[in-house]
Design a protein around this ligand. Structure first.
Ligand code: ADP
Ligand code: ZN
Length: 795
């Protein structure tokens, strides 16, 4: 049994705290530890001291719960500011600490406190409003505060060292001096390609990046420079992220944009916390509303924080912010190098840069004098972090806005039901954009019933075809008109199930409870959960029977398009093909330049892309996500179908959407066909209410993972018993579901169990969660248990 920390008081202790013996830091709050209670000698020492020392509350950057009390040496007393990084003795060594403020003397038995050793910086890395947010996150999501703070900081600041000011590297840039590829370059394909690339990514890019995308581009760009089409310059770059297409500032807003903008301006002027839902149909110009709000905030000297689901998938939004605000924008994404991260942090902290655009972790960006927070595509599941501190960035954005007195805008064409309910309860104000920009029509959405429109008729191929006659016809027609097509299927690979024709056994991963997917391009079968890969078996591993390849993936769709429409220029966009941010951007840019006719892809094609050439969107199979055992499956299906449909008809030509399905009567499918968000939402909310699912309850998941199936099951049951024993009276409305094997019962060889708690409020669940957390001290280390508050995926 591993050793437990000394502070494992009854109320809270992490399952896997490191051994930190011998430290005399005591918790600022909470019950006394065993050690504290058994050390009268230490108490005597304190009483013998003459003057009362100045006490400091410190969050220690180690996986231990609570805040700790240290003394401040004379030279530091009165000189520290909350948020400053310090070095403190901890256990047998030293640790990074964060000064949070003065502490009152520990009550009860006295112990001799240790002193803060050193201050690591002159001014606090952490602004005050951020400390408040991080404290909230630590309590709400039940994660050690020191770890929460460390996780929010850029790598340079999360170590126990003094950090000098970061200087960004000098990079060589190419800047386009024209707005389109000029005709005189028509006989210089290399030069037009390099210039086209520059234009596609926002007009300027590091040489390194262009050369990476287009081999030999360094020389080509020099030629372009001597011909006056581009300029080469040295600049310090804050980020190497690619930018989207250049977008000018439209002269006129639509009446709806104007109205929403007016409300937001007034809210920004009032400088108080005001949360909004900006519900705007796809193509209604939500981004322009964000941009104007950020402009107004800037004119008031205030900072803005813009959260987006995934930078690489939203180059256009990033590009619009960059082209509007230039150097005022810091782009925070997951591929940043450590130094760039530190540079951005410091620039924002100083207030030199006032706008941060970033992914979920940017909710912790130290934007100075924060006036505006935008969460774009607020329904997107990627705002939930699924490891360590399991936070929901959209929810924290609202908390941060409240603490900072800022305006918060949650934007989406398909708001999460949680957000919608907050509007219904009057907590958030609703702003609507019901029409597309320039009164462009919404796309028409038609159903293709696969039970009637059989794709297999008249075609002889090895595998049953999947593109029905109406789909193929519409595609050929669209491509013939010189317009573009998006084909959506939310599964990657070629076939998703390999099944023995004789014994019926499907090929499963040896480590996970999932089927292996056949990737024809790699000539392997691959597990999408653990990455295990092996050669494609010729025959059933059990009975040597022949294998059937069932279940379609994007790779097969791509192959079928190529086979049926050989002249089409096709690319596939999924995690296999877009393995890097560069590849992804390249593919999106090339589609935007209309070098491709068809883009086949997973939910990556459903994000906020704005391709005016796309007039046809085909959903290959609308049913795939309906059967997932998750209470949000219908909502997620509705979101995906609506979002991908919204990619059609954004330019001057109207759009058309074809939805293939075997389940035309499924609620989300029916409602998407009718463009009926409200109908879907109301129906789904009713169902959620009847079953007391969020937004009509709060949930917490206790997830277990263990080497040994028996042991894991027994720990799950004993945690279940603890919950049962401490369950409040039925009138409190708290329920436990499980413990039960998780829907995916094994991943990477570990057995998975889960236990779900549902209650009317988070407060109703908190005492049970505290009990569980306390019980984790006794869980054997072979079983990993995490508490996931407000869980996202249920698998
Ligand atoms: P949404 O995010 O609501 O789907 P976007 O913000 O991508 O929509 O806007 C759709 C398109 O309309 C974009 O190409 C954008 O540049 C353009 N657009 C937005 N507002 C205006 C406007 N007021 N006038 C002209 N074009 C606009
Ligand atoms: Zn696996």
């Amino acid at each position: 049994m591993e050793q437990r920390p000394l502070w494992s008081g009854a109320e809270a202790a992490p399952a896997k705290a490191p051994t930190t013996r011998g430290s005399r830091a005591v918790r600022t709050s909470g019950v006394k530890s065993r050690r504290e209670l058994s050390e009268p000698a230490a108490a005597a020492t304190v009483r013998a001291e003459v003057s009362t020392p100045v006490l400091a509350s410190i969050a220690v950057g180690r996986p231990v719960r609570g805040e700790f009390t240290y003394t401040l040496p004379d030279e530091l007393a009165g000189r520290l500011e909350p948020g400053q990084r310090v070095l403190v003795p901890f256990g047998r060594g030293t640790a990074l600490g964060f000064y949070l403020g003065p502490a009152s003397p520990p009550t009860g038995e006295k112990v001799r406190l240790k002193a803060v050793q050193r201050v690591l910086e002159d001014s606090p890395s952490l602004p005050k409003d951020l400390i408040a947010l991080l404290r909230f996150a630590a309590v709400h999501y039940r994660y050690p505060l020191g770890e929460v703070i460390r996780g929010a900081l850029p790598p340079g600041l999360s170590k126990a060292v003094e950090e000098k000011e970061a200087r960004p590297d000098v990079q060589h840039f190419a800047v386009a001096l024209v707005n389109e590829v000029p005709p005189e370059l028509s006989r210089a394909p290399a030069q037009s390609a390099a210039l086209a690339y520059l234009l596609a990514v926002g007009g300027s890019a590091p040489l390194e990046e262009v050369a990476h995308a287009i081999p030999g581009a360094r020389e080509t760009l020099k030629k372009l420079a001597t011909r006056g089409f581009a300029r080469l310059e040295e600049k310090t770059v804050e980020a190497s992220v690619k930018e989207g297409l250049i977008q000018g500032r439209p002269d006129h807003l639509t009446p709806e944009q104007d109205a929403a903008g007016g409300v937001l301006r007034a809210a920004l002027d009032a400088a108080t916390f005001q949360p909004f839902l900006l519900h705007g149909v796809t193509g209604s110009g939500k981004t322009e509303v964000y941009l104007r709000a950020a402009e107004h905030a800037l004119s008031l000297g205030k900072g803005s924080l813009i959260l987006v689901p995934e930078i690489a998938l939203t180059p256009q939004l990033v590009g619009r912010f960059r082209s509007r605000f230039g150097a005022e924008v810091a782009v925070l994404h997951s591929a940043l190098k450590d130094r760039e991260r530190l540079f951005h942090w410091q620039a924002l902290r100083r207030g030199d840069v006032k706008i941060a655009v970033g992914v979920r972790s940017a909710v912790f960006a130290p934007v100075d004098n924060l006036g505006l927070i935008v969460v774009d595509e607020e329904h997107d599941p990627s705002f939930k972090q699924e490891e360590k501190l399991r936070y929901q960035a959209r929810d924290l954005a609202v908390v941060r806005g409240k603490q900072a007195g800022a305006v918060v805008v949650l934007g989406s064409a398909t708001p999460a039901l949680e957000t919608l309910e907050n509007v219904k309860r009057g907590r958030y104000q609703l702003l609507e954009l019901k029409h597309r920009v320039d009164d462009r029509p919404m796309p028409t959405i038609e159903l293709v019933d696969l039970r009637v429109e059989r794709p297999r008729e008249g075609v002889v191929t090895e595998e049953a075809p999947i593109l029905s006659p109406p789909l193929l016809e519409a595609m050929a027609e669209t491509i013939g008109r010189g317009q573009q097509v998006i084909l959506f299927l939310n599964r990657r690979g070629h076939s998703t199930v390999l099944l023995c024709e004789v014994c019926g056994l499907s090929l499963k991963c040896s480590e996970c409870d999932v089927c292996l997917t056949h990737h024809r391009s790699q000539n392997r079968v691959v597990c999408h959960y653990c990455g295990l890969a092996m050669p494609v078996p010729e025959q059933c591993l059990e009975c040597t029977g022949p294998m059937l390849k069932l279940g379609i993936g994007t790779e097969r769709v791509e192959a079928e398009v190529l086979e049926r429409i050989p002249t089409a220029r096709v690319a596939r966009l999924d995690r296999d093909s877009a393995s890097s941010a560069e590849r992804l951007t390249e593919m999106l840019a090339s589609f935007a330049r209309r070098e491709l006719d068809v883009l086949v892809g997973t939910q990556m094609v459903a994000k906020g892309h704005d391709f005016p050439g796309v007039t046809l969107v085909c959903v290959v199979m609308a049913d795939t996500s309906l059967s997932i055992p998750d209470f949000r499956a219908a909502e997620r299906t509705f979101h995906l179908l609506t979002q991908v449909s919204g990619r059609a008809g954004r330019g001057k030509d109207p759009g058309r959407v074809l939805v293939q399905t075997y389940n035309p009567d499924a609620e989300p499918v029916r409602r998407v066909l009718a463009h009926d968000f409200d109908g879907f939402a109301n129906q789904e909310l009713e169902w959620r209410k009847a079953l007391a699912y969020p937004p009509y309850s709060r949930m917490a998941a206790v997830r277990l993972e263990g080497e040994h199936p028996e042991q894991t099951a027994s720990v799950a049951r004993s945690l279940g018993n603890i919950v049962s024993r401490h369950m409040p009276p039925a009138s409190a409305g708290v329920r436990m579901l499980g413990p039960a094997l998780a829907p995916i019962s094994r991943i990477r060889g570990k057995t998975r169990w889960q236990l779900l708690l549902k209650g009317p409020t988070h407060t109703a669940l908190a005492p049970l969660l505290a009990r569980l957390e306390a019980a984790l001290v006794d869980v054997p280390s072979a079983v990993k248990v995490v508490i996931d508050v407000d869980p996202g995926a249920m698998l």
